[in-house]
Design a protein around this ligand. Structure first.
Ligand SMILES: C[S@@+](CC[C@H](N)C(=O)[O-])C[C@H]1O[C@@H](n2cnc3c(N)ncnc32)[C@H](O)[C@@H]1O
Length: 515
C-alpha cells in the first residue's frame, strides 16, 4: 500500500491496513484511542472506508516493558511521517510517498539477549536505559517462527541446564541468540512462503572456541534444537544452527569466530529480483518484505546500462539487484565488514547468466579517500548505518563539481596513469572480488555521479546530511519515498534521489498579455 502525502489532503483518509484476526484476538484491553488521524490519502485508493486507529494497533502484551516498540497505535502511520513530508516539501519534493508494508510479523532478523537462569531464562531485549532483559515470547513484530524458535530454545535451556550469561561476572554459557528467517522456499506456492519461513539460529556462546570445556553443552543444545525443530521433527521450524564464540566483556554482541553446526550452510532469500545469500555474520535487513518493495522502487531511478557505486554495500544486495535488473555496465560495492565477501560471492554465483556487468566488491572503508569510489560511476547509492554519512564522504559529495573539473583538466594535461602507491588503496584492490567484464581502463576520462541515491534508516542523521548536500548546491532533491521498515517504532526507511546541480526553477505561469 502506498500512501501519498498531499499538501491539500482530502477530508476522509483513504487507506487500508491488514489486521489479522490472530492479532486482534490476542488484544489486551486498550487505552482510549489517540487523537484523530492526520489526513492522508492512498495512491491508488484501496478503500474508501476510514479505518479505526485500533485496527492498526500493536496489540502486544510486551508493549512498554520491552524497548523494541515505542508506538502502539496507527502502526501504518508513524508520527515521524508528518515531519518527513514537511521536510521534503520544504526542499522541493511535494509528492513524497509512504509504503506501509507488513504491520505485524515483519521482523525476519532478531538479535536477542539471553539472561536469567536455566530454569527461568529471559530471552529478549533490554528494558529502556537498563541492561535488564525483558522476555518477549509473544512479540508482535517477530516473524511467528522466530517466536516459535525462541520457545524451543527456552525448552532446550531448561532441559539441558544451559547457563544464561551473567553480565556482571562474565560467567554463563549462552549470551545472545540471533534468529534470521528465510522465506525463500520455491517448493511452496508463493503465497505460503512467508508464513513457512525457516529460522537460522546463531547461538552466541561464552567461550573462545569449540575446544572449550563447555562445548559438550553447546553441541547438546544444537542437537536438541535440531531434533525438535529440524526437518525430521513434527514442527519443521529451523533452517540451520550456527555458533559464534564471544568472550569479550564489552557490549559487542558477536566475536570473530563463526561455526556452522547443523542444517543447510547457505541461507538464501529472494529480494529485488535476485536470490541473495546471507551468512549470519553479514548485515541483513530485518524487514525482508519492505526491503523488496524499496529495491523495486530504487531500480526505477537507475538508468539501464549505468555504472553504479554501492557504498556501505554489505553483501552487495543493492548493487547486484541493480546489475541484474538494470543491465548495469559496471557495479562497484564498497563494504568495511570482510565477512560479507563470502555472501557476495555466493550471490554472484546465482545471478542470471544474462548479467554481463563488470562487478567488483571491495573490502574498504568508504570514508577513506571516498572520491576514489565515486569516480567512474554515473549513479552512487549510499546506505550508511543509522549515524549517517561519514564526514569525508559527505565532503567529497559536496565538492563533486570541483573534483570533476580537476579530473578533466588533469586528464587533458597528462594522458598517462600514475602508479598507485597508497597502501590502503592497494589493500582494497587486493582484497576485492572481480567478476564479469573488466572495469574500464584508468587512462580514459572517468565520469562522476550525476545521481545520488541515499537510503537511510536514521531520520535525524538523514536530515542533517541532506541539508549539507543541498547547501553545497552540488545536488538538489528530486524524489523521496518512505517505507515502514520498523512498524511500532518512530523509525522509517527513506529512499531519496538527488540530482547534480541546484534545483531548477519550475516554470511559473506566464501572465496573459492584454491586447
Ligand atoms: C545499513 S547497512 C546496509 C547494507 C546493505 N546496503 C544492505 O542493504 O544489505 C550499512 C553497512 O555499512 C557498512 N559500513 C559501516 N561503515 C562503513 C564504512 N566506513 N565503509 C564501508 N562500509 C561501512 C556496515 O558494515 C553495513 O554492512
Amino acid at each position: 500500500m502506498t500512501l501519498r502525502l498531499l499538501s491539500a489532503p482530502p477530508s476522509i483518509p483513504l487507506f487500508t491496513c491488514h489486521a489479522s484476526s490472530t492479532t486482534a484476538a490476542a488484544a489486551r484491553p486498550l487505552p482510549s484511542p489517540p487523537p484523530p488521524l492526520p489526513q492522508l490519502s492512498s495512491s491508488p485508493p484501496t478503500s474508501s472506508t476510514p479505518q479505526s486507529p485500533l485496527t492498526c494497533a500493536l496489540h502486544c502484551p510486551h508493549f512498554q516493558s520491552c524497548s523494541g516498540c515505542t508506538h502502539e497505535f496507527n502502526l501504518h502511520r508513524p508520527d515521524i511521517l508528518e515531519d518527513a513530508s514537511d521536510f521534503f516539501r520544504k526542499h522541493g519534493v511535494s509528492d513524497f510517498t509512504f509504503d506501509t508494508c507488513k504491520l505485524w510479523g515483519w521482523r525476519c532478523r532478531a538479535k536477542l539477549a539471553v539472561r536469567g537462569s536455566s530454569l527461568d531464562p529471559l530471552i529478549g531485549l533490554y528494558e529502556e536505559g537498563t541492561h535488564n532483559v525483558v522476555d518477549i515470547p509473544q512479540c508482535k513484530a517477530h516473524h511467528p517462527n522466530i517466536n516459535a524458535a525462541v520457545e524451543l530454545l527456552r525448552q532446550g535451556i531448561a532441559e539441558l541446564d544451559i547457563e544464561p550469561y551473567v553480565e556482571d561476572e562474565g560467567t554463563g554459557e549462552l549470551r545472545y541468540v540471533q534468529m534470521a528467517v528465510t522465506t525463500h522456499n520455491t517448493s511452496l506456492p508463493a503465497a505460503e512462503r512467508y508464513m513457512n519461513g525457516k529460522v537460522q539460529v546463531t547461538l552466541v556462546w561464552n567461550s573462545r572456541n569449540e575446544n572449550s570445556p563447555s562445548s559438550n553443552k553447546l553441541n547438546e543444545l544444537a542437537n536438541f534444537l535440531w531434533k525438535n525443530g529440524g526437518p525430521k521433527s513434527k514442527l519443521h521450524l529451523l533452517h540451520s544452527v550456527w555458533v559464534n564464540f564471544q568472550t569479550s566483556t564489552n557490549n559487542i554482541i558477536f566475536g570473530n569466530r563463526w561455526r556452522h553446526l547443523l542444517g543447510e550452510r547457505d541461507f538464501w532469500e529472494h529480494v529485488g529480483g535476485i536470490d541473495v545469500s546471507l551468512a549470519p555474520s553479514s548485515f541483513g535487513q530485518a524487514n525482508t518484505r519492505a526491503f523488496d518493495v524499496l529495491l523495486r522502487k530504487l531500480q526505477k531511478y537507475v538508468p539501464h546500462g549505468a555504472s553504479v557505486a554501492d557504498l556501505y554495500a554489505g553483501a552487495g544486495v543493492i548493487g547486484l539487484s541493480l546489475a541484474a535488473t538494470r543491465k548495469c555496465r559496471s557495479v562497484k560495492c564498497i563494504e568495511i565488514n570482510k565477512e560479507s565477501k563470502a555472501s557476495f560471492e555466493k550471490t554472484i554465483g546465482r545471478l542470471p547468466a544474462t548479467v554481463d556487468s563488470s562487478i567488483t566488491w571491495h573490502h574498504a572503508d568508504a570514508s577513506r579517500e571516498p572520491f576514489l569510489w565515486l569516480v567512474g560511476s554515473d549513479v552512487v547509492v549510499v546506505d550508511p548505518p543509522r549515524k549517517g554519512l561519514d564526514v569525508s564522504l559527505k565532503d567529497a559529495l559536496q565538492n563533486i563539481s570541483s573534483m570533476e573539473r580537476k579530473i578533466f583538466s588533469s586528464f587533458e594535461s597528462s594522458n598517462s596513469v600514475k602508479e598507485e602507491k597508497r597502501p590502503w588503496v592497494l589493500r582494497a584492490k587486493e582484497d576485492s572480488v572481480q567478476v564479469g567484464r573488466k572495469p574500464p581502463p584508468e587512462n580514459i576520462p572517468q565520469s562522476v555521479p550525476q545521481t545520488l541515491i541515499y537510503i537511510s534508516c536514521g531520520w535525524e542523521s538523514f536530515k542533517e546530511d541532506c541539508k549539507s548536500l543541498l547547501s553545497s548546491k552540488a545536488w538538489h532533491l528530486d524524489k523521496a519515498h518512505g517505507f515502514n521498515f520498523f512498524p511500532g517504532t518512530q523509525s522509517i526507511e527513506i529512499l531519496a534521489v538527488f540530482k547534480r546541480g541546484p534545483q531548477k526553477k519550475k516554470p511559473g505561469k506566464k501572465k496573459k498579455k492584454h491586447l
